[in-house]
Design a protein around this ligand. Structure first.
Ligand code: ADP
Ligand code: MG
Ligand code: MG
Length: 209
């Protein structure tokens, strides 16, 4: 197995472990403004993805991302399955020639673009986009403008995503289930923005190893 393929499998496993630990917390967030299934959706989906990528023979980052996306699409219903899974499948193509700082930026940008295409949410709608936009923009700028090493760029991006997830608290939901609550969604942290942050933190931990 290539070192990058091995790291990609380890990344999915680490995400799965983290989301299992955060299952109850994400459920709690989704019970306040949704239907209390985001913790289960993420924990179950990523656990299946970890199983799927462990079974790949000779995986590379693109194959791992594709298998993860396909598994999330088939295992997770609701809004988050197609948003996470479908976007990952599309973005995986950017890693076809391997994992480099440039392809990582392209992967992140395509992922964001697909989440926006599918969900039609903008920053400020109290969704995962509020964590993703600062994550992806900070990552891209840190690599392309500041010339930082990828791990440092990812650390900055994770900090930005954390602020983005926090930003969902004082705003009103305009997309997804939480939008049915109208003004009552104000004061609650968005579950999908929070799980997006956890995924990014797990990727950073893997990159640091
Ligand atoms: P469901 O809402 O179908 O039960 P989940 O609970 O698994 O699905 O996921 C909810 C999360 O999905 C929300 O917290 C939000 O971040 C995200 N989400 C919902 N609708 C959209 C959308 N149109 N665009 C982007 N993200 C969305
Ligand atoms: Mg839900
Ligand atoms: Mg649901």
């Amino acid at each position: 197995m290539s070192a990058d393929g091995e790291a990609a499998v380890a990344a999915v496993e680490r995400v799965a472990e983290r989301l299992e630990r955060e299952r109850d917390y994400l459920t709690e967030l989704d019970s306040a403004i949704g239907d209390a299934d985001h913790g289960g959706n993420m924990a179950r989906g990523w656990a299946s993805a970890a199983e799927a990528v462990r079974e790949l023979d000779d995986p590379d980052p693109a194959t791992v991302a594709k298998a993860t996306g396909r598994t999330l699409m088939s295992e997770v219903g609701g809004a988050s399955g197609p948003l996470y899974g479908g976007s990952l499948v599309f973005a995986s193509v950017e890693l076809d020639d391997g994992l480099t700082p440039e392809s990582a930026v392209a992967f992140a940008e395509t992922y964001l673009e697909k989440v926006r295409d599918r969900g039609d949410a903008s920053v400020g709608d109290q969704t995962m986009v509020d964590a993703l936009v600062p994550l992806v923009h900070t990552f891209k700028k840190s690599i392309e403008v500041d010339g930082l090493p990828p791990v440092v760029a990812l650390a900055k991006a994770v900090d930005a995503a954390e602020r983005g997830a926090a930003f969902t608290v004082p705003i009103r939901a305009r997309k997804g289930r939480a939008s049915y609550l109208g003004w009552r969604s104000v004061g609650h942290k968005d579950p999908g923005a929070t799980s997006t942050l956890f995924v990014a933190e797990s990727l950073l931990e893997t990159a640091r190893d």
